[in-house]
Design a protein around this ligand. Structure first.
Ligand SMILES: [Zn+2]
Length: 335
């Protein structure tokens, strides 16, 4: 789908968004080969990175290193005079992009400060391309501090009974946040893939403690001494490892994701689930729009249609961009 706004052309293409502006072309978060002068990768989640890029990459250094750690081959990033990157508070290294003080693309974005991520600053822009993963009014997240309080109370209850707890979320982003938010508990063991990503984030100055790995704890018999906390990727919730831990140690599983508000996804097989998200909920998306004060809005990802309809009701000029949609199921797995 192609949309014209004066001399600006915005399209959904290659699983991402392309922009033609003043004789230059930009590809934002493409998932497939797209011909463009410049490529912007907003963050290192697998649904936003294309590993075949050779040059003219715009991204934070954190995103490049994290994506390389995950097996993507990316060139060193460049900077352009007309381009300004803004923190998007989604995960470590995530950025939004402002071109020529006029066109703002959010990538995945969160507004609420939590742990080591501050609330982002937002620019004013005439054109806004906004992610709408949770762009339906049914998605309203509770205050993250309240969620953390609730989780701590529940961990405390489990600890009193000597019951170990597994905290599960997606390995890049959520796992670092869980590593930080619940680091006052002891002992904490961490599954290997998270340990590696935690180390990369620590090298960027993110204040995450160094924990014992799960395999080392298992090898040394440390799991016998209960209770303990295990930090693990959400895909392990239905794995043989978790079945083993449940059978042998009666581990209780906690799952963290915005999708836990959606009955279709529910608790992902966990005993308890918490809507701790790294995205804007519906109201925060509206706040982004109000702050940016755009003349034209394009919505992408998730509830792009629904959110643009809501924006139109509020008097905005908004349209969804149809891209080869990674379905909600895919967001759910990759995020
Ligand atoms: Zn993401």
């Amino acid at each position: 789908m192609s949309k014209m706004t004066g001399a600006v052309e915005v399209k959904g293409k290659g699983g991402g968004v392309t922009l033609e502006y003043r004789g230059k072309s930009y590809a934002f978060d493409s998932k497939a080969p797209v011909k463009a002068d410049y490529y912007f990768v907003s963050h290192a989640h697998v649904d936003h990175v294309y590993g075949g890029l050779k040059e003219n990459l715009i991204a934070s250094k954190e995103t490049v290193v994290l994506a390389r750690e995950r097996g993507y081959s990316l060139p060193d990033p460049i900077s352009l005079e007309e381009v300004e990157l803004y923190d998007s508070s989604h995960i470590v290294g995530s950025k939004s992009i402002l071109i020529d003080d006029k066109i703002f693309y959010t990538g995945d974005i969160a507004l609420h400060a939590r742990g080591f991520l501050k609330a982002p600053k937002l620019p004013k822009a005439r054109i806004l391309v906004i992610e709408t993963t949770y762009g339906h009014p049914k998605y309203l997240f509770p205050n993250p501090a309240k969620v953390v309080e609730e989780v701590n109370k529940l961990i405390s209850k489990m600890y009193e009974k000597g019951v170990p707890v597994a905290l599960c979320g997606y390995p890049l982003g959520k796992a670092q946040m869980l590593s930080y938010l619940f680091s006052t508990w002891e002992p904490i063991y961490v599954q290997e893939s998270i340990i590696r990503l935690n180390e990369v984030c620590r090298s960027f100055g993110i204040p995450i403690k160094s924990f014992t790995s799960y395999s080392e704890a298992k090898e040394k018999g440390l799991l016998e001494k209960r209770p303990w906390i295990l930090l693990a990727p959400s895909y392990t919730l239905k794995s043989g490892m978790m079945k083993f831990l449940k059978k042998k140690y009666d581990v209780v599983t906690f799952y963290f994701s915005g999708w836990t508000l959606d009955r279709r996804f529910g608790n992902n097989g966990a005993d308890y689930s918490f809507p701790l998200s790294d995205h804007c909920d519906y109201m925060d998306l509206v706040k982004v729009v109000k702050h940016v004060e755009p003349e034209k809005i394009f919505t992408v990802h998730g509830y792009a249609n629904e959110f643009s309809i809501e924006l139109k009701k509020m008097g905005y000029d908004a349209e969804p961009l149809t891209i080869k949609q990674t379905g909600l199921d895919e967001f759910y797995r990759s995020d």
